[in-house]
Design a protein around this ligand. Structure first.
Ligand code: PHE
Length: 455
């Protein structure tokens, strides 16, 4: 039986709005900033293939599980896990899945807000026409000047965090629903346009081969873990963001169809970003692996600088990217804020300010690790890369693992069946995915990372 619980935080006006909001959460810096540079660091096609396998076999069943749990619990992740565990007669400690999600959210925000700050900075640079006729050297200098200046980074990081807290404090429904409706399709169109431009460049076929012809000699021991982490990160899974959005979803909407739409759109945007960026890189004789986290910020301006109306297009592109980052950041802060409201009775405003301030302070670590603290290493990583590694590669997969284990092994069949609303066959497919394939995938990949038995 579906339950008649409702969320105290409100409900999406329709299933379609939920899809847009969840897509807004999924499509972000992960697709356009992170996917291309991670792909480049891991040798291209083989990485892309492993990533796609992770999306389908691990991401999709967990996406369905997360939405299902959220909609059934109708509270922020910690409380949802608590309520459901109790209802199913399970241990209360399942709430720790939600607790880890809160930590993962803070860790992600530390670097997310800093990189989102770069997009804000680049809107200004695009408006001022800095990229016109800029060559590879100049765009690299422009990027280096930005990240080596803590004061500038601080200003953008602060602005982005204020923007995020502002929307969250008003509740997701007001404003955000409207924004996502137009911005996501616009971003999609602009990416298509950039791909069309890239198709005219000399490097296009080389880029297609690079992205889609797997060369397994490039697969290193940690490639699979990185692909898995990227799948979780890009789909916003494993920390309760999608669970929280699911808790605002009407009881009638079909979870499987919804999940497939989100996954397809998210993956489409990542592949388009790759097809837009790599051709330009090859055309200008740049080596993908050299890009690092600054990749798109150094590469795309070269193309904008060359094309007709490039200045206008650059402004539009970085604005849309900023919006994509914004709608994702909202979904990272939302679970934490909703939890604070439920737990303490704070107003949304107060809860949003508290969680935003905490994330802002942690973000200073990431910000400074790009310049003043670049020599400070923990486990061989800067603060920025440590936060990224821990949250994306470890916490999200582990969170997702427990989410699927709970949904498939610890919930009564009658509960999950009622909530998912599937035909028997589709239910079976979900169950096999969430019970065996997704958990086994995550466990094997994590074991491989720590004990290295596969290679
Ligand atoms: N999916 C977002 C992106 O691709 C990032 C994100 C991760 C959002 C985890 C919410 C939760 O940019």
């Amino acid at each position: 039986m579906a339950t008649d619980r409702t969320s105290i935080h409100g409900q999406w006006s329709s299933r379609w709005i939920f899809i847009l909001a969840a897509t807004g959460s999924a499509v972000g810096l992960g697709n356009i900033w992170r996917f291309p540079y991670i792909t480049a660091e891991h040798g291209g096609g083989a990485f892309v293939l492993i990533y796609l396998v992770c999306i389908v076999l691990v991401g999709l069943p967990i996406m369905m599980s997360e939405i299902m749990l959220g909609r059934r619990g109708r509270r922020s992740p910690i409380h949802t896990m608590e309520v459901l565990a109790e209802e199913e007669g399970r241990n209360r400690h399942w709430r720790l899945v939600g607790v880890m999600g809160v930590f993962a959210g803070f860790f992600i925000l530390t670097f997310y807000s800093v990189v989102a700050g770069w997009t804000l900075a680049y809107i200004v640079r695009a408006v001022s026409g800095m990229f016109t006729q800029a060559g590879a050297q100049q765009t690299q200098d422009i990027f280096a000047a930005l990240v080596s200046d803590p004061e500038r980074l601080l200003a953008w990081h602060t602005l982005f965090m204020i923007m995020t807290v502002f929307v969250i404090s008003r509740g997701v429904k007001k404003g955000l629903e409207q924004a996502v409706r137009y911005l996501m399709p616009a971003l999609f169109l602009l990416l298509l346009f950039l791909v069309a431009y890239s198709m005219t460049t000399a490097g296009f076929s080389q880029a297609v081969a690079y992205l889609f012809k797997p060369d397994f000699s490039q697969v290193g021991p940690s490639t699979i873990l990185v692909a898995l982490g990227q799948a979780f990160f890009s789909l916003s899974l494993g920390m309760g963001a999608i669970m929280t959005y699911g808790s605002y979803l009407s009881g009638r909407a079909s979870i499987p169809g919804t999940s497939v739409s989100i996954v397809v759109m998210d993956t489409g945007v990542a592949l388009l970003a790759g097809l837009a960026i790599f051709p330009i890189m090859f055309t200008f004789g740049l080596q993908p692996e050299e890009g690092g986290p600054g990749l798109i910020f150094k590469i795309l301006p070269i193309a904008f600088g060359q094309m007709a109306y490039g200045r206008v297009l650059a402004v539009i592109f970085f604005t849309l990217l900023m919006f994509a980052a914004w709608t994702s950041a909202l979904s990272i802060l939302e679970p934490i804020t909703a939890w604070l409201v439920e737990k303490t009775g704070f107003t949304r405003l107060k809860a949003a300010i508290w969680s935003g301030t905490f994330a802002w302070i942690l973000g200073l670590g990431s910000l400074l690790s790009l310049n003043l603290w670049s020599g400070v290493k923990l486990f061989g990583m800067t603060f920025f890369s440590l936060m990224e590694y821990l949250s994306v590669n470890i916490m999200l997969p582990v969170g997702g693992l427990f989410i699927s284990l709970f949904a498939a092994w610890f919930m009564a069949r009658s509960s999950s069946f009622a909530e998912l609303g599937l035909s028997r066959r589709a239910y079976l497919a979900w169950k096999v995915g969430a019970m065996f394939i997704a958990p086994a995938g995550v466990i094997l990949i994590l074991l491989q990372e720590f004990f290295g038995f596969l290679g």
